[in-house]
Design a protein around this ligand. Structure first.
Ligand code: TXA
Ligand code: MG
Length: 324
């Protein structure tokens, strides 16, 4: 195994300046970072993740003032959002500056920008002196990593460094809001909920995600099969009388009884924030040949639960496997 030892902040900054790609912690999920101005570094990100180049990257900054380095025609609403939610789990889509390569935005005229709150992410961005393009540090369509070990398991042999910043405190990818069109539009739900956006901006639309193969994605994680573990995961009602496979694991939520021995609980008290921080780690942990099926309990579709329902629907197989 190439990692650990983990990469230090100053080693990471040096590698990034040299055009290499390095996995870095953020409060949402780990990101696979590269110099956002350098097309070769961007190409290494797409290659390491086996990500199609029609899926654009988020650019990470460490100061609101750096927004002007990467975006143009920035409306006042962007600064209102930045004051309210940055640093933090929010990504804003704005018209891009020419210095951002087309590869970063998949040819779109807009760029996605985020100012993360994780102190290690901020230290790496500042020390490198660069805006850092960083998608989640997982193989395309797989579950996002919330620990350095998750990154190592998927990408160790493909990248120059991994910085360990401990488990991610939020645990689900940033909320994405586009200010590039007429009406502010939430493209991906996250810890910043549509209600929170509305409280700052007034009118906000929420995009139902749909994808067309081969087109630059206007909304993220649009593939219906995003975030999938290798073991079939089922999120939904299990019909009465369905015979579960012998090796079934359950990801429970709240204080609900159940007869499955291999049960982990997202939050026995029904705390949604705790549940979010744990979900991806459980999905990684249970994704072993020991199990034939992972069942996930229903989670209330409100607050940050909207983001969890969104991700779990994409992670879920559509029908339960046939058993006798
Ligand atoms: O929390 C996060 O956002 C994490 C951490 C590392 O910051 N990053 C992350 O990146 O989740 P990624 O690449 O897995 O998801 C970013 C999504 C992409 O699916 C892409 O479709 C969308 O953001 N995106 C990027 N640029 C865009 C643009 N100009 N217009 C619309 N969507 C865009
Ligand atoms: Mg991702």
């Amino acid at each position: 195994m190439k990692f650990p030892p983990w990469t230090s902040v100053s080693e990471a900054a040096d590698l990034l300046k040299a055009g290499e790609v390095v996995a870095i912690p953020t409060e949402t999920v780990y990101g696979l970072a590269g110099n956002a101005y350098n097309p070769e570094a961007l190409a290494k990100i797409f290659a390491a993740k086996e990500r199609p180049t029609f899926d654009p990257l988020i650019v990470h900054i460490a100061d609101i003032a750096e927004l002007e380095n990467v975006a143009r025609d920035i409306p006042k609403s962007a600064y209102r959002l930045a004051e309210a939610f940055w640093p933090g789990p929010m990504t804003i889509i704005l018209p891009k500056k020419d210095c951002i390569p087309d590869l970063c935005t998949s040819g779109l005229p807009s760029v996605a920008v985020r100012f993360p709150s994780h102190p290690v992410a901020q230290a790496i961005i500042k020390k490198s002196g660069l805006p850092l393009a960083a998608p989640s540090a997982n193989l395309f369509k797989h579950v996002s990593p919330t620990t350095a070990e998750h990154v190592a398991a998927q990408l160790a042999d493909r990248i120059a460094g991994i910085v360990d910043g401990g488990p991610c405190s939020v645990g689900v990818e940033s909320a994405i809001i586009s200010l590039a069109g007429d009406v502010p539009t939430v493209l991906r739900p996250g810890a910043i909920t549509p209600e929170m956006f509305k409280a700052v901006l007034g009118e906000v639309a929420v995009k139902e995600s749909t994808s067309k193969p081969g087109q630059a994605m206007q909304a993220p994680g649009q593939c219906d099969t995003h975030y999938r573990p290798q073991v079939p995961l089922y999120f939904g009602e299990v019909p009465a009388g369905y015979k579960l496979p012998e090796h079934t694991a359950r990801i429970a939520f709240g204080n609900q009884a159940g007869a499955i021995p291999a049960t982990v609980n997202l939050s026995a008290t029904g705390d949604m924030t705790e549940a979010t921080a744990r979900l991806y780690a459980y999905m990684h942990d249970l994704d072993t040949p020991n199990y034939d099926l992972i069942l996930v309990d229903p989670i209330p579709n409100k607050g940050i639960g909207i983001a969890l329902n969104d991700r779990l629907k994409r992670a879920s197989i559509k029908t339960l496997p046939l058993t006798d």
